[in-house]
Write a protein that binds this ligand. Structure first.
Ligand SMILES: Cc1cc2nc3c(=O)[nH]c(=O)nc-3n(C[C@H](O)[C@H](O)[C@H](O)COP(=O)(O)O)c2cc1C
Length: 368
């Protein structure tokens, strides 16, 4: 049985299919619970949520499912930038007020990220079954506390060195995020020479070097992607974009439509929205900001500064100024309830495996 392995046993789920934690509003409690109820692992993308909001969402998820689920956080430190650089970026962003039809206010805007350790306190306090993270590794103190709490821990790596560091830190499984992936790169090794290793190349190299279960992520949308990941040695998959277009996803309808219509060549990597490399569908904002690359501030300051612009874009349903995070295989997305997406993927895995075994039976190739 393809679905029975160490990962499903570790997580207490039926299928090795994880819905990615996606900060920014996509992963509603309804989405998380629907995926978990369908036998996958739903994940709350809690990176941008206040500790209080995380507690509320976790309680809501528990009202909707009694199955395991995950909370995902970003290991983020506050950054600094000098006042002139901040003023300059605000001036650049103000150019877009005209297109959006309203002025932006930068007053009362916090440039600091949500307090990571206070967010983690909630994960501990609520005894969340699975905790996943990206952008770094939490301090040993926190990982020990989570383990003592019985929480399964999943870290994100974009190269083998990061995978080995996560293994040494004591996580239970590793998401190997290929460069096809939608959203932010999880890269945290400052000396990584290339942040863009593709899923196909990354998974087998990671599997060969780490002992932990590897979860393939990036560009996986259907049974073909799942079977390919298993063939490369992964124990399961983490899918993000595939669930953005689900009925329960909290993203703007215009964003959903952009994903459904995206072509294979329309996503790009950009720092323009957040100050950190992320993959999304190219739009006017990304194109204009190429002239201001040197002025883009570090994450999470740039992210905070573009919030008024992104909020105005949402208000007016203007996709040219929204961060349309999506993976390279966005066009394979389905507009359906999350339960159906999980069921379709599972059925498709079985279809593909059937075809592959029939190919083997009728193959003229000599046995290895
Ligand atoms: C809208 C969006 C937001 C994301 N936010 C997060 C996040 O908060 N934490 C995280 O670990 N990964 C995040 N990711 C990355 C996913 O975990 C995953 O690596 C990616 O979605 C896989 O590629 P795919 O979108 O092609 O399936 C995000 C991805 C998207 C598309």
């Amino acid at each position: 049985m393809w679905e029975t392995n160490t990962l499903v046993n570790l997580l207490g789920i039926k299928y090795p299919i994880i819905q990615a934690g996606m900060a920014g509003g996509a992963t509603t409690p309804e989405l998380v619970a629907a995926v978990s109820n369908a036998g996958g692992l739903g994940t709350l993308g809690a990176g941008y949520l206040s500790p209080h909001a995380i507690r509320e969402a976790v309680r809501e998820i528990r009202r909707l499912t009694d199955k395991p689920f995950a909370v995902n956080l970003m290991v983020t430190e506050p950054a600094s930038a000098d006042r002139d650089a901040i003023d300059k970026m605000q001036g650049i962003l103000k150019r877009f007020e005209k297109d959006l039809g309203e002025p932006f206010s930068f007053e009362n805007l916090s440039l600091d990220p949500q307090p990571f350790e206070e967010q983690l306190e909630i994960v501990l306090d609520e005894k969340v079954p699975v905790f996943s993270f990206t952008f770094g590794i939490p301090k040993p103190f926190w990982l020990e506390k989570l383990k003592a709490n019985g929480t399964v821990i999943i870290g994100t790596a974009t190269n083998v060195q990061e995978g080995l560091a996560l293994e040494r830190a004591g996580v239970n499984a590793i998401v190997a995020q290929g460069s096809e992936a939608g959203g932010h790169r999880g890269t945290f090794f400052k000396n990584a020479e290339n942040e863009g290793i593709g899923t196909m190349a990354l998974i087998p190299q990671m599997v060969d070097r780490v002992k932990l279960p590897v979860i393939a992520s990036g560009g996986i949308m259907d049974g073909r992607g799942v079977v390919a990941s298993l063939a490369l040695g992964a124990a399961g998959v983490q899918m993000g974009t595939a669930f953005l277009t689900s009925e329960e996803s909290g993203i703007h309808p215009v964003y959903k439509e952009a994903i459904r219509k995206a072509r294979d060549d329309q996503t790009v990597m950009t720092k323009a929205f957040s100050g950190k490399k992320a993959r999304g569908i190219e739009n006017q904002y990304i194109r204009v900001m190429r002239d201001f690359e040197a002025d883009i501030l570090p994450y999470p300051i740039q992210n905070a500064l573009t919030k008024p612009l992104r909020n105005a874009a949402k208000k007016h349903g203007n996709k040219e100024y929204m961060s349309l995070w999506a993976g390279q295989a966005a066009s394979l997305s389905q507009n359906a309830p999350a339960k159906q997406i999980v069921e379709n993927v599972v059925r498709d895995v079985e279809r593909v495996l059937g075809i592959l075994s029939a190919m083997h039976a009728s193959s003229h190739l000599p046995k290895a």
